[in-house]
Every structure is written in C-alpha cells, then in structure tokens.
Ligand binder design. Structure first.
Ligand code: 5CU
Length: 362
C-alpha cells in the first residue's frame, strides 16, 4: 500500500526570486541584525507593531529545494507527494503578469515532478487576476501536463469569492478537463474578530480558526449559489478536513430548510443537499491532527473520500533536533485512532484513495 501526501507545498525557484524581489506582502526579507530570511505571506503579518521575530516565519530550503521534500518523504515513509504552490499562489499578481508567471511556475513544478518520476505529482496554480480567457487557456495547458492532477486555489476566486457567477467559465473548464480543485485558505477572517490582543497569541488564532472558518464560509457560499447544481461533476478537495464543514453541515442544511426564500428556490430548481454534495463532489484531506475531527470528516464524506496530508513545509518541529515531525505524527496517529480495527479504511485514507481519485500512475 503506498502512502500518499496530497497536502504538501513548495515554492519553485522563480517564485522564490519573485518573493525576494518584493517589498510588500507576500515577500521574503531579513530583519537586521538578524541575518536569517523570513517568509511574510499572511495579510497584515508584517505590521510594525509585531516584534520582528514574530513577523512571518523562518524560511529555509524545505520551502524550495525539492531534494528536501524527498528527504522529508523518506523520513516519514511517504511514497508519493502531490505538491502544490503554497499560498498566496498567484492571487497578488497584476493582471498582465499573471498569465506568463503561471505558465513559468506550472512548467517548473511539472519539471520538479519529472526529476522524481512516480514519486511526485502536482496541483497547478491558476492566474486568477488575468482575463477569463487566459485562465481557461492555462487550465487546458495544465490538463495536458504529465504530472498535474488538479489545481490549487484560494477562496477569493476572481476577487469576489467562490459564489461569483463570473467563475462559471472557470468551473466549466475544470469540470470538462476533470481537474480537481484543491481549495486552500489564505485570507482568514477580519483581524477584528480576534480582538486587540491577537498578536499576543502568535499565529494561533488566524491559523487554527481563521483558516478553517474561511474555508467553511467559502464552500457554503459555493453551495448556496448553486455551483454544484450547475456543475454536477465538479470535484473539490477541501484543506484541513473541510474546516468546520463536516461538523456544521447539519446546521447549514437546517438553516436552508428554514429560509422560505431559499427553500422555494431549492424546490423549484431541484437543488442538491449538502449531504449529497459532501458524498459526491467533495473530498477532504486528513490534516486535522486528531481522530475526533477526522471521524467527523469520515462521517460526512465517507472513508473513501478522505486523503492523508502533511502541510509540509509548514509546522516544522520547534526542536530542530527531532527526527520525525510531530505535526506529521499527529496526523498518522489520528488515522490510527480513528480506524482502530478497520485497517482497510486506514489504508484507503493513507494512500489508496489518492491513487484512485487523482489517478496517480507510478
Ligand atoms: O503557517 C502558515 O502560515 C501556513 C500557511 O500560510 N499556509 C499553510 O498551508 N500552512 C500554514
């Protein structure tokens, strides 16, 4: 049985050059006298009120050297990784630059996979600030690339979220070319909801709560706007086990059924329920660090739709001498605990689902 990591990021060399050349988020810089580089990507995380050592995160070769990815995979018994550009992808680029940069970055990622045939596959990145024609052209190009199995996307879409009808040509092209969307958060929640002491708590509130709630809201908006009624075979893999979606699905469904406007629209349009979509269009990763969250994901979508991931190179060990990453061990442990007595389901989540769903041939 292969072990497959479907949630694992990389910044290829030309993207690193781009980040190093910039002076606004997202960018890489040092804070003298400290000479180490820091990666600053989240909105507002370079605020001057933050001490320089808590701005962003240290960045080293794990983020951009593909041989480090293979080393990490070997250390953690991972046979195959489906690599993706890390956030904020290409969202911040001026419209006229997005197309050519997407082409370069996607070619580079495909070439990284080619260096390790059978061990690496990829999700491509879309030039979402470019025109719809350019985005669709890149989707077609990606569908012809040997190692590309889908696209990674954030929640902003073309700038108005994923319930924007302007995205329909993009959803249509992705559905037609059978590319799975790997939906990943980046923008979080407005800082105000975390209160004036947010920076006292490091990255905990934006990462532990902002990220998953951002995903939950984005997917619920897709559902309410009827994306899956118009694109019945569009597949979306949700990061972090869908955020709070599996846990809140019943409440979302109940709110729809108690809103006469929405209920009437649903009845006349034959709209599909959240449970139908969770079991037929949504896949969930297993990056949730506890069997409790994992069981909720499995209950919502089925053990045949959940896939192991690590989020490498994020969440490295604080103790740099440790051999194995505690963040990875927690996700392995969650699978072991969730499927105690059901080794087939554990094997499905660890790798067989990814091989089948993403059609990984090795
Ligand atoms: O630590 C972080 O900020 C992140 C991030 O930005 N993206 C991600 O995938 N994981 C952790």
């Amino acid at each position: 049985m292969p072990i497959v990591d479907i949630h694992t990021h990389v910044y290829p060399p030309s993207f690193m050059d781009l980040l190093r050349s910039r002076t606004a988020v997202p960018y890489i810089r040092t804070f003298p006298p400290d000479t180490s580089s820091r990666l600053i990507i989240l909105p507002g995380e370079d605020a001057p009120s933050n001490p320089s050592t808590s701005r962003g995160r240290p960045i080293g070769p794990d983020y951009y050297d593909i041989s480090k990815k293979i080393e990490f995979m070997d250390k953690h018994h991972i046979d195959i990784s489906v690599i993706s550009l890390a956030n904020p992808w290409l969202d911040f680029l001026p419209s006229n630059e997005a197309g050519p940069i997407a082409e370069r970055v996607n070619n580079e990622v495909n070439e990284l996979c080619n260096q390790y045939p059978g061990r690496l596959f990829a999700f491509g990145a879309l030039p979402l600030s470019a025109s719809r024609e350019v985005i669709v052209e890149e989707i077609v190009r990606l569908s012809e690339m040997k190692y590309v199995k889908g696209v990674i996307m954030g929640t902003s879409g073309l700038g108005h979220g994923l319930d924007d009808l302007g995205l329909d040509p993009i959803y249509e092209a992705l559905q037609e070319h059978r590319l799975t969307i790997f939906l990943h958060p980046h923008y979080g929640l407005p800082k105000d909801v975390f209160g004036p002491r947010v920076s006292d708590y490091g990255h905990v509130l934006p990462l532990a709560l902002g990220f998953p709630l951002e995903t939950t809201i984005a997917v619920t908006r897709m559902l309410l706007s009827g994306v899956w009624d118009r694109f019945k075979t569009l597949n979306v893999l949700l990061a972090h086990s869908g955020g709070a979606l599996p846990f809140l699905a019943g409440r979302i469904e109940s709110c729809i059924n108690h809103d006469s406007h929405l209920l009437n629209a649903r009845k006349s349009g034959g709209q599909r329920s959240i449970w139908d979509i969770l079991k037929n269009n949504i896949y969930l990763d297993a990056v949730i660090y506890s069997h409790i969250g994992l069981k909720s994901a499995v209950d919502a979508s089925g053990s045949d739709r959940v896939m192991f991931g690590t989020d490498h190179p994020f969440f490295p060990p604080l103790d740099t001498h440790g051999d194995s990453w505690p963040s990875v061990q927690m996700n392995y442990r969650a699978i072991q605990d969730a499927f105690d007595g059901n080794p087939k389901a554990a094997e499905d989540v660890l790798g067989d689902n990814a091989v089948r769903i993403l059609k990984l041939s090795f």
